[in-house]
Design a protein around this ligand. Structure first.
Ligand code: 8ID
Ligand code: ZN
Length: 349
């Protein structure tokens, strides 16, 4: 049976107290599932939402979280194709309009009417959360819900970013922010897609994780004098990586990364440091004919495909599981760049 109240991490104002409180369980609207969230990943976007440091505004008070994996316990009258007991995922894109030009072209994350979990609506840092049944992720029965949760944002996002980089098997991809939540997934998707990986991050623990996950060359930004020639030489001297993913929340990292891309390569911007601008020297940009493109999460097909990599054992999220009550401590470590892989919270602890 579904309880009337539940545990949630909620905040009333930006950078304010993150309270573990008992709040009401919502009823699903006609188009929605009610999902008993078992585990939720903690994404750096949750930290941005708590700080309120992006131009778009969150709802307040807010329950954050958008990597929630759980079980369908109720659904609205117009839901089709789901049944009680199915495994389902709460994603960043909770719903979109499905009728605007962007949705029609399958660019669902770019819908102007997008409703965002843990941002414009309450998310997965609670035991029961609602999700539009059309956008909710379908997770196969028997899946390890703790392990799959980071696929629901980090996995989908980096998989779509790699598709956007438009590489060929054997190409080099440079990943800046390689051993945080997104990076630790990107290394594995990139290897599974047949690419060679240069990872940029810092510290011995992250270097160890990078090697464990099958990365090829690790460069420590805290020890490097100049990353540009180091990436160029690590990638065989052809002028840099064929593709660059920027997965860090560092403006400096972004502006360095545009300089180690090979001619005709693609730089994909994913991390969103507050107030940052991307600076690319026009001469270089033109003469090397590089492309700098943004990429925001993924659509339903990207979701299905990213989950399929996990189900087939091609990727294995590097998670550390903690209790829901640990969200404040996790945010603090994340702010200091100290998270190795992805932290996942158990909503029951
Ligand atoms: O759809 C999207 N575009 C999307 C989806 C999900 C997340 C965008 N994001 C954004 C987040 O909002 C955040 O801005 O991607 C960024 C990274 O999210 P994350 O992977 O969840 O963050 P993390 O776990 O804190 O990892 C960041 C890594 O970057 C490294 C850190 O050491 C950490 O491992 N890093 C930093 I800070 N500075 C660096 C630098 N100068 C750096 N790595 C390389 N060079
Ligand atoms: Zn996220």
């Amino acid at each position: 049976s579904i309880p009337l109240t539940q545990r949630a991490v909620i905040f009333k104002k930006h950078s304010g107290k993150l309270e573990l409180k008992s709040i009401e369980v919502q009823s699903p609207k006609a188009n929605e599932l009610l999902i008993n969230v078992k585990f939720s990943g903690v994404c750096h976007s949750d930290l941005h939402a708590w700080k309120g440091d992006w131009p778009t505004k969150t709802k307040l008070p807010l329950v954050g979280g958008h990597e929630g994996a759980g079980i369908v316990v109720a659904m609205g009258a117009s839901v089709r194709g789901w049944k009680i007991g199915d495994y389902a995922g709460i994603k960043w894109l909770n719903s979109c309009c499905m009728s605007c030009e962007q949705c029609e072209l399958s660019n669902e994350p770019n819908c102007a009417y997008a409703d965002i979990s843990g941002f414009t609506r309450d998310g997965s840092f609670q035991q029961y959360a609602t999700a539009d049944a059309v956008q909710a992720a379908r997770i196969p029965p028997g899946t390890n819900l703790a392990e799959v949760s980071p696929v629901l944002c980090a996995g989908i996002t980096v998989f779509k970013a790699l598709k956007t980089a438009n590489l060929t098997a054997g190409n080099w991809v440079a990943i800046s922010g390689a051993c945080g939540g997104l990076g630790s997934m990107a290394i594995q998707y990139a290897k599974a897609m047949g690419y060679s990986v240069v990872g940029i991050d810092s510290g011995a623990e992250k270097e160890h994780l990078f090697n464990d996950l099958g990365g090829d060359v690790f460069l420590d930004f805290s020890k490097s004098e100049n990353l540009v020639p180091e990436v160029v030489s690590a990638t065989g001297g052809g002028g840099g990586a064929h593709g660059v993913l920027n997965l860090s929340a560092s403006e400096n990292a972004i502006n360095t990364s545009v300089r180690f891309c090979r001619a005709n390569g693609v730089i994909v911007l994913v991390g969103i440091p507050s107030g940052a601008t991307c600076v690319s020297e026009v001469f270089d940009h033109v003469v090397k004919s590089i492309k700098i493109v943004g990429s925001s999460v993924g659509n339903r097909a990207d979701t299905r495909e990213a989950l399929d990599f996990y189900s087939r054992g091609l990727i294995r999220p590097a998670i550390k599981v903690a209790g829901l009550s640990q969200v404040p401590q996790i945010f603090k470590k994340m702010d200091n760049g100290e998270i190795v892989g992805r932290c996942v919270v158990n909503t029951g602890e």
